[in-house]
Design a binder for this molecule. Structure first.
Ligand code: GLY
Length: 129
């Protein structure tokens, strides 16, 4: 039976993952993800991406001088034994064309406990309507 502590763990790991993305912290992102992570996301143009190489490209880009902040809104967490699913809307605040801008994305992320450690194994991101 999943406990509130299990849910807190999944929320914390997801928050860490998003912070690693906004900070361009590849080491943390890689540590949290399974090497065979799969995903659908707008950057993949309708294709299922398999593995980390596609994601590393974005971490290798020069980081901008402007702050970026992600907020997880109304997360729903379901834990099924060694598998957990978290779904939420992610608000990303950034500066675009010199103005503060917010982008909303619907995200579903799947975590799998492997060798006692939760690893991110699949996600789906799409623009919130
Ligand atoms: N685009 C990478 C991720 O959302 O995990």
């Amino acid at each position: 039976m999943a406990t509130p502590a299990d849910r807190d763990t999944i929320l914390d790991l997801t928050q860490r993952l998003l912070v690693s993305i906004t900070r361009g912290d590849w080491d943390t992102y890689k540590e949290l993800c399974c090497l065979s992570l799969t995903c659908f996301e707008p950057e993949a143009m309708g294709n299922l991406v398999d593995g980390l190489e596609f994601h590393q490209y974005y971490f290798n880009l020069p980081s901008g001088p402007t702050p970026v902040q992600s907020t997880i809104v109304a997360p729903h967490i379901r834990i099924m034994g060694e598998v957990a699913v978290i779904a939420y809307v992610r608000l990303t605040q950034k500066i675009a064309d010199g103005k503060p801008t917010t982008v909303a994305m619907e995200e579903t992320r799947v975590w799998h406990k492997q060798g006692g450690k939760w690893k991110h194994v699949h996600f789906h991101r799409s623009p919130a309507k």
